[in-house]
Design a protein around this ligand. Structure first.
Ligand code: VNL
Ligand code: MN
Length: 358
């Protein structure tokens, strides 16, 4: 068992950015992989969804680990003392499909998610998928996902057809999320068409670099467009230690003021950094740097940071060790490991799951 600094107490561990898929979505992504699309997601989609169905293929194994919920995943959680995965349909979600296919597959994925949570209510919670391609139907599915399926919030894989949420055609579902008091987790996908070119070399298309730029740009567009003056209670979560947005606070505030003064940006009620602190929470997914954690807590406050693994793309053992040994107090560790996730994602406060091996 990993050592817990300062304490022997067992702390409930809720991992908040944990990826899954269902066979129907994986097979639709295989069709995308074989299509002529030029999206930067194609590099990853071909790698994972057109890999051989074979135990010896590492990417075939990755696809199997995404689809598995109750076998290897639960074992990995038990071995690492992880009480709960907050599951989300993995990137690019349904956002590369046509509107009808996307709407249908989102509902199917949400049904499967609700069913597995019902079978393992102490081990899984889940973020609902929706199809931004059809904002009106998306709002209906969002309502069903929260009120009927009792899911815990929403997942959105950044841009849709290279458009961002500051585009008012998407506002119906922002209104729905705000009214439902449900947080939207903006997860990365390959960069939008206009910014993808420099990320096509050296493996920069995905988690190494491109993903962070894609989501940080999305978050900043939302903020400086004035969207949060229309939706002051909307909650957005971003992973990978906040995609470095808060590292830019000083310059963003200073230069946004200039942009406002010369008329190239809308007037805002607050400074960009104030919206980020009010409307965003972040997770530590796939970014296990104690220095970045320390900066994040100082910049955003301890109530706005949550632990995540990024399973199965990242291994669980180092993610647990990172949080077990983070130089924070036990009260802070409780918030990072589960308290903030319980509040933001409406997860019932509860004891560690039986069988969580610690
Ligand atoms: C990767 C990492 C991909 C984390 C992900 O979603 C993710 C990757 C597609 O390393 O390719 O959530
Ligand atoms: Mn992820």
């Amino acid at each position: 068992m990993a050592t817990v600094k300062n304490s022997k107490k067992k702390i409930r561990r809720i991992a908040t950015e944990e990826a899954f898929s269902i066979p129907e979505v994986a097979s639709a992504l295989r069709d995308v992989a074989r299509s002529p699309s030029n999206s930067s997601d194609m590099i990853l989609v071909k790698r994972i969804y057109d890999a051989p169905d074979d135990d010896k293929s590492p990417m075939g194994r990755m696809r199997a680990r995404l689809i598995d919920l109750e076998d290897e995943r639960l074992r990995d959680m038990d071995e690492n003392g992880v009480d709960m995965h907050l599951l989300s349909l993995t990137a690019p979600g349904v956002q590369m499909f046509d509107a009808d296919t996307a709407t249908e597959l989102a509902a199917l994925a949400n049904d499967r998610l609700a069913a597995v949570i019902q079978r393992h209510p102490t081990r899984f919670a889940g973020l609902a998928t929706f199809a931004p391609q059809s904002p009106k139907r998306a709002s209906k599915e969002m309502d069903r996902a929260i009120n009927k399926l009792k899911l815990n919030g929403f997942i959105l894989n950044s841009h849709t057809n290279s458009e961002y949420l500051d585009n008012q055609k998407y506002w119906p579902f922002l209104e729905a999320a705000e009214a439902l008091d449900a947080c939207i987790y903006i997860h990365p996908r390959g960069a939008s068409d206009g910014m993808a070119a420099p990320f096509r070399d050296y493996g920069l298309d995905s988690a190494q670099w491109g993903y962070g730029l894609e989501v940080s740009t999305h978050a900043v567009r939302m903020i400086v467009s004035g969207l949060f003056d229309h939706f002051p209670k909307l909650k957005i979560c971003i992973g990978h230690m906040g995609e470095a947005v808060h590292f830019w606070f000083w310059r963003l505030d200073f230069m946004n003021k200039h942009a406002q003064d010369r008329g190239s940006a809308p007037k805002l009620k607050l400074k960009p950094s104030e919206y980020f602190k009010r409307n965003f929470v972040i997770t530590t997914s796939g970014q296990e740097s104690p220095l970045a954690l320390d900066y994040s807590i100082k910049a955003l406050g301890i109530d706005n940071v949550m632990w995540a693994i990024d399973y199965p793309y990242q291994p669980s053992t180092p993610a647990v060790k990172f949080m077990d040994t983070a130089p924070v107090s036990d009260a802070e560790r409780e918030k990072l490991y589960h308290g903030n996730a319980e509040r933001v994602f409406h997860i019932a406060a509860g004891a560690s799951a039986k069988g969580a091996g610690r």
